[in-house]
Design a protein around this ligand. Structure first.
Ligand SMILES: NC(=O)c1ccc[n+]([C@@H]2O[C@H](COP(=O)([O-])OP(=O)(O)OC[C@H]3O[C@@H](n4cnc5c(N)ncnc54)[C@H](OP(=O)(O)O)[C@@H]3O)[C@@H](O)[C@H]2O)c1
Length: 245
């Protein structure tokens, strides 16, 4: 599917990878963004037809309102949904500043809201002869690191959700795809990690994967991680748990 003249719901276009997806797609597609803040004005200017639906993805009622607004404003349906927004809270369970309330928030943003959006927008996606859901995942969805246990859990859950829905929607016009990212240079990773890919490059690779219909698009070092994990899960575990990434 060529991503041109499509109507695409994108979460998290206010920052990082989502902002670069908006930059790459916004001039030739209609992008409907769901995040709390609007993207920077210069990105919006380059995206005719852009719409921002202020949404708190941690709040199921806010997500429901966004689904209702999109369904009303696009009675002919939508071509795609890109679940890109996510948070990664850094304190470990053993840290004194670990906030137990953050568990539910992180799960809501990273896992519940993508599931809720897919379900709520199914009707719109089914109105097109060909449509897609792209869930932005992480190498940490394949093999967890020591830090950010809840983040890794949500990404592992997102992988199972994607594979389950891929099977459920197998006979429909909707393709369920994922992009597995390595470490990317965005506000989420400020001050940590090395050898990060640029979010612009990653956005381009995500788009290429959608257009090619790649079910699971492993980007950068995730390609190698998946192979190592298949051959020896214990070596993959040891690699990922030896330090922060
Ligand atoms: N950066 C990496 O190294 C890396 C690696 C692997 C996978 N990924 C994945 O790539 C995707 C993009 O991450 P990124 O690095 O670009 O992160 P980022 O720059 O921190 O951007 C996160 C986005 O999520 C949105 N968001 C956060 N909380 C929200 C809430 N409560 N309601 C609505 N929107 C919310 C933010 O918008 P507002 O603040 O405006 O709400 C922002 O647009 C995520 O799925 C992440 O897991 C990133």
């Amino acid at each position: 599917m060529k991503l041109q003249n499509k109507t695409i719901v994108l979460t998290g276009a206010s920052s990082g990878v989502g902002l670069d997806l908006l930059g790459a797609l916004g001039s030739s597609n209609t992008i409907i963004n769901l995040s709390r803040h609007a993207p920077p004005e210069d990105a919006v200017q380059l995206s005719p037809g852009f719409a921002h639906v202020a949404t708190n993805l941690a709040d199921a009622a806010s997500v429901d309102r966004a689904i209702e607004a999109i369904t009303l404003s696009h009675p002919d349906g939508i071509d795609g949904l890109i679940n890109c927004a996510a948070v990664q809270f850094l304190p470990k369970f053993t840290d004194s500043d670990f906030d137990p309330a953050s568990i539910a928030t992180e799960i809501a943003i990273n896992l519940t809201s993508p599931a809720q959006l897919i379900h709520g927008l199914l009707g719109g996606l089914r109105k097109r002869s060909e449509s897609f859901v792209l869930n932005v995942n992480s190498g940490l969805g394949l093999v967890p690191k020591k830090e950010s246990a809840i983040y890794c859990t949500t990404k592992g859950g997102l992988d199972n959700l994607s594979r389950g829905l891929r099977a459920q929607l197998g006979g429909t016009s909707i393709r369920v795809q994922q992009a597995f990212l390595p470490l990317v240079d965005t506000p989420m990773t400020t001050g940590r990690g090395s050898g990060k890919l640029s979010s612009r490059d990653v956005a381009r690779q995500i788009i290429r994967g959608i257009e090619r219909g790649t079910p699971d698009n492993d980007i950068g070092k995730v390609k190698l991680l998946r192979i190592i994990n298949r051959l020896s899960p214990s070596i993959a575990n040891a690699i990922m748990q030896k330090g922060d990434s």
